[in-house]
Design a protein. Structure first.
Length: 592
């Protein structure tokens, strides 16, 4: 369509419009300089110079990319660029006249022209913005409350006014007393304490949270908004490498996530940067995030090992332009694994590969023992043999006084890591609880049930778990590994445990599906009501409040090797596991 706007058409329009405005401005500057009685000899110089004057300003407007901006996005940044372009153009114009022009010209004309042309060109562009804001009264989006008076709120209101998002901002609240009573785009900023009253008075239907809140405060705010009848609650988030602002529905992760306050990014970067890092289970939820963090912290090369073709494919597709090598290997295949160690000589080995789903492990004990224990042993032995500087075992809270086979196998792995003669390799285990959104965890399961309009299934009214976001947990793993010395077990502080039934209720409330209800199905084999992170109270603090060191458990390594061999061969694997891990109280019959 010939009238359809395009970037090229917009650029041509503005170049022609600016050229005419610059010519008019130059002419008006002559008239103003001589009080509208321009001498003939000076008027002749106008005819000699107006084309050159307009052209040189057009050139600098192009250099400063003024013609690449749509006028609906015209703002302070673009205004500054116009001023720079006109100022530099006018300055160069005067300099060239002083050197080359012999005719009559008053330098004050250029100063007047600078001011007039800036006003005219700026006015042309701001006219569209004024027109958009004049149409504000005809905007029929959802009446929206913005929480937080800040730059993010300003950008949101611009998007609303430009009709990029179907919301009509009618009120802003904030707890900053100095802001209350002032205005953003003619919208008054009011006290956050009056939120419920404002919602009722203005018949507000939705809320956008433009301010950062800790999870506990965000949870309280969410409850207040829900109580006031607001079901559409969004968070304004900054996402991606380009730091783009996006509106997202509030999620259970936003309300539960416990972000550690003492992440030492410099320490992690120093640990990872320039190293060759081998990650097992690299396609899993934990392993893949470890890989992403290693990329972020500038690992020189990453060796990705996984026995799942699909998982390995997903992470390699995501990072295909990064320095990665993907190997489809099971950690139980020592021969293939050794070739990998021999070829790449990793500096750091992070062992995330494990069978971790409690009920599946209960039904596949032999394979779980082989994968979890033998696989870990292979990785540790090869790390020592090929002189990796650091080996990191990803462990679990289920290894503490285990009641299931999965926890018992991970405890055996911890014992091996603590007692093996590690020579030049520093071996560390890092133990933590549930992470939000990991594969097979309760939150994805609840989301799926909500989408299918099914009641949420919870095993027991009292069951509790720890939760942390996967990126933060993985960063803490790397931080613990960075400060670790030989044969230590580190425990990550996961915050307060959460009742799963409370989590389920909250998710139903977020999705507006309280009517689906909750169904209790009973504990599954091996499942505990409460998970623990420490074996006893003798844990030691580190320099970081989020990381502790567990008391070392000594186990003769020769005996342990012999016990593991017997475990792999014996028919009665549960009894042998109990022999190796005396605190293993196998809960196979749905009892706490």
């Amino acid at each position: 369509m010939p009238l359809k706007p395009t970037p090229l058409k917009r650029m041509i329009f503005f170049i022609i419009a600016d050229f005419l405005l610059f010519v008019f401005s130059f002419y008006l500057s002559y008239q103003l300089r001589f009080n509208f009685r321009v001498p003939q000899n000076f008027m002749e110089s106008f005819y000699h110079l107006f084309l050159f004057n307009a052209s040189i300003k057009i050139l600098f407007m192009y250099i400063f990319r003024v013609y690449h901006v749509s006028w609906r996005y015209f703002g302070l940044h673009e205004t500054k660029n116009i001023l720079k372009a006109i100022f530099i153009g006018e300055s160069l114009f005067i300099a060239l006249l002083l050197i080359f022009y012999q005719g009559f010209f008053a330098r004050s004309i250029a100063i007047i022209d600078l001011i007039v042309s800036f006003v005219l060109v700026g006015a042309l562009r701001i006219s569209k913005r004024l027109f958009i804001e004049q149409k504000k009264s005809s905007f029929f989006g959802k009446k929206t409350l913005i929480i937080g008076a800040n730059t993010r709120a300003v950008n949101l209101i611009k998007s609303f006014l430009n009709k990029e998002i179907n919301y009509e901002p009618v009120a802003i609240v904030d707890d900053n007393k100095s802001m209350i009573g002032s205005y953003i785009f003619d919208i008054k900023i009011e006290d956050v304490a009056d939120t419920e009253k404002i919602i009722k008075k203005l018949h507000i239907e939705s809320a956008v949270i433009a301010k950062e809140f800790p999870p506990e405060e965000l949870d309280k705010l969410f409850e207040r908004l829900k109580k006031a009848g607001i079901s559409d609650i969004k968070l304004a988030k900054i996402l991606g490498e380009k730091k783009e602002e996006k509106l997202q529905d509030i999620s259970i992760e936003d309300l539960l996530a416990r972000k550690p306050k003492d992440l030492d990014i410099k320490k992690i970067k120093k640990f990872i940067k320039g190293k060759t890092v081998l990650v097992t289970g690299a396609g899993g939820s934990i392993g893949s995030e470890i890989v992403r963090q290693c990329i972020r912290f500038e690992a020189e090369k990453l060796i990705l090992i996984d026995n799942s073709e699909f998982n390995l494919y997903k992470i390699t597709e995501e990072l295909k332009d990064k320095p990665i090598v993907a190997k489809l290997i099971s950690v139980t295949d020592k021969e293939l694994l050794e070739k990998c160690f021999k070829n790449y000589k990793p500096d750091i080995v992070i062992h995330a590969a494990a069978y971790k789903h409690v009920h599946l492990v209960e039904e596949n004990v032999e394979e779980a023992i082989k994968n979890n224990i033998l696989g870990t042993k292979n990785c540790i032995d090869l790390s020592i043999k090929y002189e990796a500087k650091k080996f990191v075992l990803i462990s679990t809270d289920k290894a503490v006084r285990p009641t299931n086979v999965m926890g018992a196998t991970k405890r055996v792995c911890e014992l091996y890591a603590q007692n093996i003669k590690s020579q030049k390799c520093e071996i560390v285990s890092v133990r933590f609880g549930n992470v939000l959104g990991s594969s097979g965890s309760v939150i994805p399961k609840f989301k799926e049930q909500i989408e299918k309009n099914q009641p949420l299934t919870v095993t027991h009214p009292e069951i509790t778990r720890y939760f942390m976001l996967i990126p933060e947990a993985c960063q803490l793993v790397l931080q613990a590994a960075a400060i670790a010395r030989k044969n230590e077990i580190f425990i990550l502080d996961m915050g307060k445990p959460v009742k799963i039934v409370d989590l389920a209720k909250k998710m139903l409330k977020i999705y507006g599906k309280e009517h689906l209800g909750i169904k209790f199905i009973g504990l599954r084999p091996g499942e505990k009501l409460y998970e623990e992170l420490l074996i006893d109270e003798s844990d030691k603090k580190t320099i970081y409040n989020s990381i502790f060191i567990a008391k070392q458990t000594f186990y003769d390594i020769e005996k342990l090797n012999k016990d593991i061999e017997e475990l792999l061969k014996t028919e009665n694997k549960i009894e042998k596991l109990k022999e190796i891990v005396p605190e293993f109280n196998h809960n196979a019959n749905h009892k706490s």
